[in-house]
Design a protein around this ligand. Structure first.
Ligand SMILES: Nc1nc2c(ncn2[C@@H]2O[C@H](COP(=O)(O)OP(=O)(O)OP(=O)(O)O)[C@@H](O)[C@H]2O)c(=O)[nH]1
Ligand SMILES: [Mg+2]
Length: 284
């Protein structure tokens, strides 16, 4: 990536440092133009404390789209590096342009990456996930790169989250659709006058807890009856998907025999499966 990579000075506060290569993770964001990669980077940087308030692409106010052309066109035209500190690691977020003209920038980002986030917009028709994005997925699969899928635009969605995770499993999990599954389900608030019901929280399928953001602050609560019902099927499928990838071959028998597998074991196996490139979480 060399001089093509840009670290915006000042905007993200002091860049996190890492003393050892083992403390660095390079994560590239891949997806079609307008999917929401730059907006996601902005939100991740804010959550990690690298930004006070997230800026918007259309205002030319994001850390990642810092070039004058990007401000004018409201889209990324070059590879951009946004370092954030998280849990003792330096995570270098590599935001790539989705527009095909800038594929060289995407290539540079892929070469530097340890893992990839595939960003898919629920606001676009499901078949709009570009063939080029699927090709990049196949390339990453060929080298066993860890991959996750992030669904954006759930607030103005044309396609519901459940439907979209099914579409993603079809597009990206053709070898094994049970290896492309959600870890959380979005909770939607009441429908506004525009007919959209914005997502106000997330239900953790493993933890069975609801992370509620409806007040603007993060709060945690027990699921209600309707949420419990939504959890049941999706949770069973997720657990089976994780266990199928587990190195512990006794786990499936124990699970099918009715044993309640502890969440810590499942999370450990999930992390290993993701790192091996064998399981791909879908995140809202
Ligand atoms: N409502 C809504 N708008 C979003 C969301 N994510 C992104 N947007 C908007 O969608 C537009 C495109 O988002 P970007 O983040 O620029 O998309 P991108 O993937 O970086 O696009 P390229 O840089 O062209 O590859 C912007 O106007 C964003 O504000 C979302 O989750 N909900
Ligand atoms: Mg962008």
């Amino acid at each position: 990536m060399g001089d093509k990579a840009h670290t915006p000075a000042g905007a993200a506060g002091r860049a996190p440092t890492a003393d050892r290569p083992s403390e660095v993770r390079n994560v590239v964001l891949v997806g079609h133009s307008g999917a929401g990669k730059t907006t996601l980077v902005e939100a991740l940087a804010q959550t990690a404390g690298a930004l006070g308030r997230p800026g918007r692409v259309e205002d030319g106010a994001t850390v990642s789209d810092h070039d004058e052309i990007e401000h004018r066109q409201h889209r990324s035209v070059q590879l951009s590096l946004v370092p954030v500190g998280w849990d003792g690691f330096k995570v270098n977020l590599l935001d790539t342009p989705g527009y095909a003209d800038f594929v060289g920038e995407l290539r540079a980002g892929l070469r530097a990456a340890d893992a990839a986030l595939f960003v898919v917009s629920a606001a676009q028709e499901a078949d709009a996930v570009a063939a080029s994005t699927r090709m990049v997925w196949e390339e990453c699969a060929a080298v066993g790169m860890p991959r996750a899928i992030v669904v954006t635009h759930l607030d103005t969605a044309r396609t519901g989250f459940d439907e979209l995770t099914g579409v993603c499993a079809g597009l990206f999990g053709h070898d094994d659709p049970d290896a492309v599954l959600p870890l959380y389900l979005p909770v939607h608030g009441p429908e506004g006058s525009d007919g959209h019901a914005p997502a106000t929280g997330l239900i953790g399928l493993l933890s069975q807890r609801v992370h509620d953001y409806s007040t603007g602050e993060r709060a945690e609560r027990e699921p209600d009856d309707a949420e419990r019902e939504a959890i049941a099927g999706a949770r069973a499928r997720l657990i089976e998907g994780i266990i199928a990838e587990s190195e512990d071959e006794t786990l499936m028998d124990r699970y099918l025999g009715g044993e309640e597998i502890d969440v810590g074991t499942l999370v450990g196996d999930l992390e290993k499966a993701v790192a091996r490139g064998g399981f791909h979480p879908v995140l809202a």
